[in-house]
Design a protein around this ligand. Structure first.
Ligand code: KIV
Length: 283
């Protein structure tokens, strides 16, 4: 088994131009498979609101839900760099809240880092958490927790002016002490400029190939999440079809009495059934 990576290994990967593989996981079995194939990082994203709980967005997700899923993932992937995602209102109010809630991820779920959304407006939060000795990843571009303000789940930084804002956000996040940055749903040219301008690793989700690594949502990669598919998603399997097929076959077998078969049943101890029948007759 490969040694677990930490921030310095991730930094070395950027410096050596080696791409990091990053994927979300929300539960024990997915995280086990992710560790088995040797992904570099796992994000327990607040996208669990949509992918696990069926909410329309990430706003209802709570600290308790995030911690609980981080714990399951950590148990399944003890040798992988796990990132906890700070949910809406766990850091927006003030720096003290942000530090306390970030700390819960480390104390209760043994994550390696936390991620939070926003540019210059969350700089004091990033600084406070980093000053608390915790590893922080910034997240700019399409930031789902503020999708209302952004006018929906839309690509960002498509004009020179808005791209410039993102570049300034990225530099401020690095300066505040984040050890890495995630850029979401931004044109590849803009992500490349950010990657080249920063010394810390810059990861992309929907921001093109010129980044230090890629993040994808596991439910999209596996073809389980059905509500919508962003343009930047590539499906590597269609598990939804496979799951529906399996559940339909199971239902059919139960209804027609084809399941369970003798092979799925426990046998009585030899000679015990006649004894039972005799005892029942004597009643
Ligand atoms: O919650 C999540 O999975 C995320 C990604 C959309 C970047 O933050």
């Amino acid at each position: 088994m490969e040694k677990k990576k930490g921030r310095f290994e991730l930094q070395k990967m950027k410096d050596a131009k080696q791409k990091a593989v990053w994927i979300t996981a929300y539960d024990y079995w997915t995280a086990q498979f992710a560790e088995k194939v040797g992904v570099d990082m796992i994000l327990v994203g607040d996208s669990l609101g949509m992918c696990v709980y069926g909410y329309e967005g990430t706003i209802p997700v709570t600290m308790e839900q995030c911690i609980c899923h981080c714990e399951a993932v950590r148990r399944a992937a003890p040798n992988t760099f796990v990132v906890g995602d700070m949910p809406f209102l766990s850091y927006q109010v003030n720096d003290d809240d942000a530090v306390r809630n970030a700390g819960r991820f480390f104390k209760e779920a043994s994550v390696d880092a936390i991620k939070l959304e926003g540019g210059r407006r969350v700089i004091s939060r990033i600084r406070a958490i980093a000053d608390g000795g915790m590893l922080v990843i910034g997240h700019i571009g399409l930031t789902p927790q503020s999708s209302g303000q952004l006018g929906g789940f839309k690509a960002q930084g498509r004009t020179a002016e808005t791209a410039m804002e993102l570049i300034e956000d990225a530099k401020a996040i690095q300066e505040a002490g984040a050890f890495a940055l995630l850029v979401e749903a931004v044109p590849p040219e803009v992500c490349k400029i950010i990657r080249d301008a920063l010394t810390i690793p810059v990861y992309s989700i929907g921001a093109g190939v010129d980044a230090d690594g890629q993040l994808m949502i596991v439910s999209d990669v596996l073809g389980i999440f059905q509500a919508f598919t962003p343009k930047f998603v590539k499906r590597y399997a269609n598990l939804a079809e496979e799951i529906v097929r399996a559940l339909a076959s199971y239902s059919e077998d139960v209804r027609k009495g084809a399941f369970p078969e003798p092979v799925h049943c426990y046998k009585m101890v030899e000679g015990e059934l006649p004894k039972l029948e005799k005892a029942l007759k004597g009643k």
